[in-house]
Ligand binder design. Structure first.
Ligand code: ADP
Length: 357
C-alpha cells in the first residue's frame, strides 16, 4: 500500500476519488436537509418514495463520477508520467556518456519547459564534451611538433648524420624551449579558463609600463627592421589593475604585431583615456586578419595560417590567455582588421584608478 501511495498515478486517482466522495456526500446531505426541513407535513409516504429515487439518482451519478474520475486520473497520470519517464531514462543515458540524448517536448507548458531545459542542459554538456575531446587532440598535436623535431635531431646525432656541435645543440635547445613555452602556456590557459588567476590589483601609471615593454621588445623589432612608435595623448594615466598581467598582455599583443608584420613595417602603441577607462591599442601594418577569421582569433589554438604560425613558434593560445586576463581585470580585448595584408589593431581597456576619473 505504502509503495502504491508513493506512485504519482495512485495519488492522482485518490485525489479524484476524494472529489467524488465529497461531491456525493454533499448532494446527499443537501437532499436530506431540504427534504426534512422544508417538506410539508402529511406527505410522508410520497416523501419516502421521493427520497429513494433521489438516492438512486445520486448513486448512478456517483458511479458515473467515479468512472469519469478514474479515466481522467489515468489520462492525467499518463500525460505527466510519460515525459517524466522519458527525462528519467534520458538523464540516465546522459550520465552514461550519451551526450546526443534529447527528449521530445510535450504540449503542456510546464512539462514543455522542463523538457526544453533538459535538452538545453544536454546540449551544453555535449558542447563541453566536444571541447574536451578537441582540447586533447589540440594539445597532443601541439606537443608533437617540437617532440618530432627533438626526435629527429637525436636520431641524427646517434646515426652520425648531425655533428654533436654547438649548432645542433642550439637547435635542440630551441625545440626544448618551445616545448617548455607550450607547457607553460597550457598551464596558464587552464588556470585562466578555470578562473583561478590571482590578481595583485593596484593603482599604477600605464605609460612607464608600456615604455618598459616596448624597450624589452625593441631588439626583436629592430632585427626585423620594424619601426616601433608610441602615441600617448596623456602624460600619465593611472589605472587600477595588475601591472604584471598588463605587461603580459602587452607583450603578447606587441609580440604578435612583430611576428605578423613583414620587414619594413610599422607598429604603433597608443594609450588614451576614454570616460572611465584607459584604452591601449596596438596597430601594425602586417599581414592583417581576414574578416571570416576575426571572430575566432581569441579561441584557443586558433591560428589564421596554421603552418606559418606553427613554424614561428606560435601556439594559438596567447590571445585566449590575454583576453581572460583583461576580462579578469574588468576590461575588454578586441581586434579589428581591414583585411589580409592591411594590418590589424588590437585594443584593450582597463578601469581607471578611482581618483583619475
Ligand atoms: P599565436 O601564438 O599563434 O600567435 P595567438 O593566440 O597570440 O597565438 O594568436 C592567434 C592567431 O591570431 C595567430 O595565429 C594569428 O593568426 C592571429 N594574429 C594574432 N595577432 C595578429 C596580428 N597582429 N596580425 C595578424 N594576425 C594576428
Amino acid at each position: 500500500m505504502g509503495k502504491l501511495w508513493r506512485q504519482l498515478r495512485w495519488r492522482i486517482v485518490a485525489a479524484q476519488m476524494v472529489v467524488v466522495v465529497v461531491g456525493v456526500a454533499l448532494v446527499l446531505l443537501m437532499a436530506y436537509v431540504i427534504l426534512s426541513l422544508f417538506a410539508p407535513a402529511g406527505v410522508l409516504a410520497e416523501l419516502d418514495a421521493f427520497r429513494r429515487s433521489i438516492f438512486t439518482a445520486v448513486s448512478v451519478a456517483a458511479l458515473g463520477a467515479i468512472i469519469a474520475g478514474l479515466m481522467t486520473s489515468f489520462w492525467l497520470a499518463r500525460e505527466i508520467l510519460r515525459p517524466l519517464r522519458q527525462i528519467t531514462a534520458s538523464s540516465q543515458r546522459l550520465a552514461q556518456g550519451h551526450y546526443t540524448e534529447r527528449v521530445p517536448v510535450p504540449a503542456s507548458d510546464e512539462l514543455a519547459q522542463m523538457a526544453e531545459n533538459f535538452n538545453q542542459m544536454a546540449a551544453a554538456l555535449e558542447q563541453v564534451e566536444q571541447q574536451r575531446v578537441a582540447l586533447i587532440g589540440n594539445v597532443s598535436h601541439e606537443l608533437r611538433t617540437p617532440l618530432a623535431g627533438l626526435n629527429g635531431y637525436l636520431e641524427g646525432l646517434m646515426d652520425g648524420v648531425f655533428p654533436g656541435n654547438e649548432e645542433t645543440f642550439a637547435l635542440m635547445d630551441h625545440e626544448v624551449r618551445r616545448l617548455r613555452r607550450l607547457v607553460d602556456d597550457l598551464q596558464a590557459l587552464s588556470r585562466v579558463e578555470a578562473g583561478q588567476i590571482s590578481l595583485q590589483m593596484a593603482d599604477f601609471d600605464l605609460i612607464p609600463l608600456v615604455e618598459r615593454v616596448l624597450r624589452q621588445l625593441q631588439p626583436s623589432a629592430e632585427s626585423q627592421e620594424l619601426q616601433m612608435e608610441t602615441d600617448f595623448t596623456v602624460q600619465a594615466l593611472v589605472v587600477h589593475a595588475d601591472s604584471d598581467r598588463v605587461a603580459q598582455v602587452l607583450l603578447n599583443l606587441v609580440g604578435n604585431a612583430i611576428r605578423y608584420t613583414p620587414e619594413g613595417g610599422r607598429i604603433v602603441v597608443a594609450v588614451k583615456g576614454e570616460g572611465e577607462t584607459a584604452v591601449v591599442s596596438v596597430t601594425d601594418t602586417g599581414v592583417g586578419i581576414p574578416p571570416e577569421a576575426l571572430p575566432y582569433i581569441f579561441e584557443r589554438f586558433y591560428r589564421v595560417d596554421a603552418s606559418r604560425t606553427r613554424r614561428s613558434g606560435g601556439s594559438g593560445i596567447g590571445l585566449t590567455i590575454s583576453r581572460h586576463l583583461v576580462w579578469a581585470m574588468g576590461g575588454e580585448l578586441t581586434a579589428v582588421s581591414p583585411g589580409p595584408d592591411q594590418g590589424s589593431t588590437f585594443r584593450f581597456t582597463l578601469p581607471l584608478a578611482a581618483g583619475t576619473k
